[in-house]
Write a protein that binds this ligand. Structure first.
Ligand SMILES: [Mg+2]
Length: 316
């Protein structure tokens, strides 16, 4: 069941948002929302309730073509209110400087230090596993390869006959797709056949993303699933899997909580990554319906992921 929240009247009247209708006094706390089911809310009420904002990129602020409706106005409103925010994205195809420049090109005023991406989890992983100088097979862009190199990895050419210490699946773009996947498959099969166990690293666990114009695309999480399924068939007793770094896992949320103070909320478009990860980290989460996940129906399952809020759109 989705509850409709009653919101305060008059809030945000002088803000960058304009209300199309009047709102009733707020009568429900976010704690009640967690126990009762998701509460439908609007962006003005979210701005009133929280001190800091964690924002997914694809499906929330942008798609593959540009900024989504209301995104620029929402960021401007957060700035006007002095509410800090971070773009918490699984995108491992761009360094934060590249990402910020791209967002600014879409009309979104974002600085590099406001971007927290899964690509920046590669370095801590490499450090924790002693991978300095490791020979790396990178599926991704030039920026992906740069992130792996900065983490200490030795980025090698894609070669089905190559010998690698790590396979890092960052993105679906930036390499010859089928040739790259086949080379990764061949190299990984050979490694396990020879008794080696290369690190399999997946910064971006997303399966799909909104490509714009009503179209969707597969991304690195889907690539990892393909390789894992092939590995499970060849090594059914071992079933090697990728280590997933980005949302829904904790590191990005913990880092965001370290950088921002006060009461935080995550706004995301994917239930399994943005919402599940935030809720597991103890952060309220608003599911925005402009991206991948459609309006969820309650399943009653014990492990059901329940957003704190349902947000129909950023544009008010
Ligand atoms: Mg998204």
């Amino acid at each position: 069941m989705i509850l409709t929240v009653a919101t305060r009247s008059g809030q945000g009247q002088n803000s960058g948002f304009t209300r199309a209708r009047c709102y009733k006094p707020c009568a429900m706390s976010s704690a009640a929302a967690v126990t009762s089911g998701p509460v439908r809310i609007d962006v003005v009420d979210l701005c009133d309730r929280y001190d800091g904002f964690l924002l997914d990129a694809y499906g929330v602020l942008i798609d593959g073509h540009g900024a989504l409706p209301g995104a620029a106005e929402f960021l401007a409103e957060l700035a006007r209110r002095g509410r800090p925010y971070l773009i918490v994205t699984n995108d491992a195809s761009r360094r934060r400087e590249t990402n910020a420049a791209r967002l600014r090109g879409f009309g979104l005023d974002v600085a590099p230090e406001q971007i927290l991406s899964s690509g920046h989890l590669i370095a801590p992983y490499f450090a924790a596993h002693g991978l300095a100088g490791a020979r790396c097979f990178v599926l991704g862009t030039d920026d992906s390869r740069s992130l792996v190199a900065e983490a200490g990895g030795l980025v090698c050419d894609i070669d089905p006959a190559g010998v690698y210490d790590a396979v890092v699946a960052c993105d679906d773009a930036g390499f010859p797709f089928l040739e790259g996947l086949n080379a990764a498959l061949s190299a990984v099969f050979r490694a396990f056949d020879e008794g080696r166990a290369p690190h399999l690293v997946l910064p971006n666990p997303d399966l799909v993303y909104p490509a714009g114009g009503g179209n969707y695309g597969f991304t690195s999480g889907a690539i990892a699933l393909l390789l894992e399924d092939a590995l499970a068939r060849r090594y059914p007793d071992r079933r090697p899997v990728f280590t997933r770094l980005g949302k829904p896992y904790r590191p990005l949320f913990d880092e965001a909580a370290r950088r921002l103070s006060g009461k935080l909320v995550m706004i995301g478009d994917q239930l399994e990554t943005d919402i599940a990860g935030a809720r597991a980290a103890g952060i309220d989460a608003a599911l925005l319906l402009t991206g991948v996940t459609r309006r969820p129906e309650p399943s009653g399952a014990a492990d059901e992921v329940v957003p704190t809020y349902i947000l129909d759109r950023l544009a008010d």
